[in-house]
Write a protein that binds this ligand. Structure first.
Ligand code: BTN
Length: 258
């Protein structure tokens, strides 16, 4: 089986499915979960039906974005809500190690570079009596130019190439992220999200800023105070302090919310 040469993990990425084109790398792993081991990775050159969070589409162009997904088995249930945050932190660390740069997180898991989105993450759980698996999908903008984003009508997106001036190999990007993801997951399995919460908070652009929380038909403005041990975003509106567990939390001054 093909291996990613820079991979330093025990299980993540050790089983690798590399495709030219697929509908969605997340869907591929969900469909084949029964015959694949923990840590299996599906990566593709392009997706015909890439999916984003909150029911949105994820637009790919062959060779510009790196879409890949990781199959995780039997994660403790309490880790599932924080998995997007753990993955976001792993992506920041992996990309930073590979390319340099100051990678930040917009809760829960948009990875930003120079205040624009460079990577999106979609975690999906698939649970039955016999099979407990989670698929983590990661889409990294690797090679886009400004003209590519203009054509795709993505105003608040950037790519590794645009910021660093370098073209990074998909295999190297994927391996670097997996190398960071495996130890972070191990820490969280053993001691919970609390042990990496400070590292997440250091990169989180929401904290201390005004946010607009939307989702489920609701819209609420407030100040973001913190990220809780359960991964929720702690916000305040007037006197009320409350946790936000899902939805979008736009940050005033970033990515078109002014
Ligand atoms: C988002 O920011 O809305 C999440 C985008 C997630 C995109 C990735 S690309 C690989 C994997 N396969 C998919 O269909 N989606 C995720």
């Amino acid at each position: 089986m093909e291996q990613l040469s820079q991979l330093g993990t025990h299980s993540l990425g050790r089983a690798l499915i590399r495709l030219e084109e697929v509908d969605s790398t997340n869907d591929y792993l969900k469909e084949h979960a029964a015959e694949l081991p923990h840590g299996a990775v599906c990566m593709a050159r392009s997706q015909t039906d890439g999916r984003g969070r909150l029911g949105k589409r994820w637009e790919d162009r062959p060779g510009l974005t790196l879409p890949f997904s990781v199959l995780l088995r039997d994660l403790p249930r309490n880790l599932l809500p924080v998995l997007p945050l753990v993955t976001g932190l792993a992506v920041c660390r992996g990309l930073e190690k590979l390319c340099g740069g100051d990678f930040r997180l917009k809760w829960s898991n948009d990875v930003l570079l120079e205040s624009k989105k460079v990577c999106g993450i979609l975690c999906e759980n698939r649970s039955s009596r016999f099979l407990d698996s989670t698929v983590v999908g990661i889409g990294v903008n690797v090679a886009h130019t400004a003209a590519d984003f203009a054509e795709l009508n993505l105003v608040y997106a950037t790519s590794l190439h645009l910021v660093t001036g370098k073209l990074h190999e998909s295999a190297a990007v994927c391996a670097s992220i997996l190398n960071q993801m495996e130890p972070l997951l191990e820490i969280c399995v053993q001691t919970g999200f609390a042990s990496i919460r400070d590292a997440y908070k250091e990169r989180c652009v929401n904290i201390g800023r005004e946010v607009l929380v939307t989702g489920g038909g609701a819209r609420r403005r407030g100040m973001c105070l913190d990220v809780g041990e359960d991964g929720s975003l702690i916000c305040q509106t007037g006197e009320e302090v409350y946790p936000v567990f899902s939805g979008e939390a736009s940050v005033r001054g970033i990515m078109g919310y002014f």
